[in-house]
Ligand binder design. Structure first.
Ligand code: SF4
Length: 241
């Protein structure tokens, strides 16, 4: 990852996410040096149920006009693993759950192979969410205003969950959350970092399951990414009670 000055596209994405300089490649010296900024009110003080209600009733960007329903996220709210994708697609919009349909089944199979599961009792629990909680029409790329409007929800989800590892799936989510225009290829294979308060959460970048459906040869690389994430999690201390 280029640690030099951000280019205009990077600046736009960072500011759109409202993240500030919090995502950094993990370094031997301990990674990012900037603390997380405050989550804008009223999201900052919400618990899980309050946050889910706030998302369900959100009209902060134009996607509220075309969605069938919001897609908050799924899985255990005490999970150590968090998976983050881009935005709901048509099936997710219809069902209100992220990563369903063919890509979702592939994700579930990969999770199962790693001993993980979105459903309680089926494996080590995970929580799955997207950068955006509403479907962009026609599955177009989200624009900067939409990302900016929705960013506090994902920030709060991370704060509430306090995952021990975050796996970012796909180019858009990786670029947004890492504040870079670097390619997936250049972001994979190393551990990045996300700071929440004083906690530094390891972040691993991998391919989006929909991409893997079209590029089966890269499934092996995605497996490597999960193994990298597993190793990164093993190196993290226990989450404070
Ligand atoms: Fe609100 Fe996010 Fe949906 Fe936009 S995408 S309406 S900010 S929940």
């Amino acid at each position: 990852m280029d640690d030099g000055p951000l280019n205009p596209d990077q600046e736009r994405l960072w500011h759109a996410l409202g993240l500030g300089p919090r995502w950094r490649e993990r370094t031997a010296a301990g990674g990012a040096d900037a603390a997380a900024g405050p989550v804008p009110a009223p999201v900052a003080g919400l618990d899980w149920d309050g946050l889910e209600h706030a998302v369900a009733s959100c009209t902060a960007c134009g996607l509220c006009q075309t969605r069938t329903q919001t897609v908050f996220g799924v899985g255990s709210r005490t999970a150590s693993w968090m998976f983050v994708g881009e935005a709901p697609g048509a099936e997710e919009d219809a069902r209100g759950e992220p990563f369903v349909g063919q890509a979702g089944r592939l994700l579930d199979n990969m999770l199962a192979a790693a001993g993980l599961a979105r459903d309680e009792g089926q494996g080590e629990p995970v929580f799955i969410a997207n950068v955006l909680k509403c479907r962009p029409p026609g599955n177009r790329n989200p624009d900067a205003a939409e990302v900016q409007a929705c960013a506090p929800f994902l920030q709060r989800q991370v704060q509430l969950l306090q995952p021990r590892i975050i796996v970012v799936m796909g180019r858009f989510a990786a670029q947004c959350l890492l504040g870079t225009d670097a390619s997936i290829a250049s972001l994979r294979g190393r551990t990045h970092e996300y700071r929440v308060g004083t906690a530094a959460i390891p972040v691993v970048v991998t391919y989006h399951p929909a991409y893997l459906l079209r590029n089966l040869a890269d499934k092996a690389k995605s497996w490597e990414d999960l193994c990298l994430a597993r190793g990164a999690l093993a190196g993290v201390g226990a989450r404070p009670a």
